[in-house]
Design a protein around this ligand. Structure first.
Ligand code: F6R
Length: 246
């Protein structure tokens, strides 16, 4: 595992954007696994700026997002379809037909999740999977559990995730209670993993994820078993990990 602790959120975003750009430079028709949330917004802005400057092209890139709320229309402003269009897809030269986000509006959860898993396989698998880290150690919407979920599936969100997400909705009652998410197994199949983490409030869970026991109660701890993981965090998030590096 490569743990890169930089000073600021801006530094984290720049370093992570460059990691993604290096994968695209190596294979312009690669498959990227993408994430939503607050943490990657800066790195998406960097990718947009670098695409405008001609430093990177998404013309032949395919993308698969980690997750989507169940029951939200694609154009709902809190859907992850909307988030990705707004933060990245609408501002780079990507072919929209090559972008994939689980279809949360498909009421048939089993069919939607199985189709998603098959589409990732058919595209040749994910070259680099971008992740954020939830306060309870979730990655994608894989919440703490008593086993690691393997494939794309429908989950019930925990109260803490519903609370955390409610800041983005008019009221907590509007926050969807379920989501479709890649499983830990889907994530672990990516050839590279890139996790971005920012802020003091993530310092304890980051330490637990990277240096604690590998247990499904901390879903991100599974990453310790992946052969090619880079974690880029700012100084606040990395504060408790420094001692492990000494
Ligand atoms: C979103 C996702 C989530 C977030 C996590 C952290 O696609 O996969 O696991 O990465 O909830 O969210 P932020 O970055 O908002 O703290």
């Amino acid at each position: 595992m490569d743990l890169v602790i930089v000073d600021t959120y801006e530094d984290m975003s720049r370093v992570a954007a460059e990691q993604i750009e290096a994968v695209i430079a190596d294979d312009p028709s690669c498959v990227l696994g993408l994430a939503t949330g607050s943490t990657p917004i800066g790195l998406y802005a960097d990718l947009v700026a670098d695409c405008a400057a001609g430093k990177v092209s998404f013309a032949d890139v395919t993308t698969f997002n980690l997750d989507e709320y169940r029951g939200l229309a694609h154009d709902h402003d809190q859907s992850y379809h909307y988030f990705m269009a707004d933060n990245l897809f609408n501002h780079v030269d990507i072919d929209p037909t090559r972008t994939h986000v689980p279809d949360g509006f498909d009421p048939d959860a089993d069919a939607a999740c199985a189709a998603y898993e098959e589409a990732i396989e058919a595209a040749g698998g994910i070259a680099i999977q971008l992740l954020g880290l939830g306060h309870n150690g979730h990655i994608g919407f894989n919440e703490p559990a008593d086993s690691f979920p393997v494939t794309t599936h429908c989950v019930e969100l925990t109260e803490s995730t519903i609370q955390a997400n409610s800041r983005l909705f008019d009221s907590i009652d509007e926050v969807p209670r379920e989501a479709y998410t890649m499983g830990i197994g889907t994530i672990m199949k990516a050839r590279k993993i890139l996790m971005v983490v920012s802020g003091e409030d993530k310092a304890a869970i980051l330490e637990q994820s990277l240096f604690g026991p590998v247990v499904p109660e901390v879903p991100a701890s599974a990453l310790q078993l992946h052969p090619d993981v880079t974690v880029v965090c700012d100084a606040a998030a990395g504060a408790r990990c420094r001692e492990h590096l000494a």
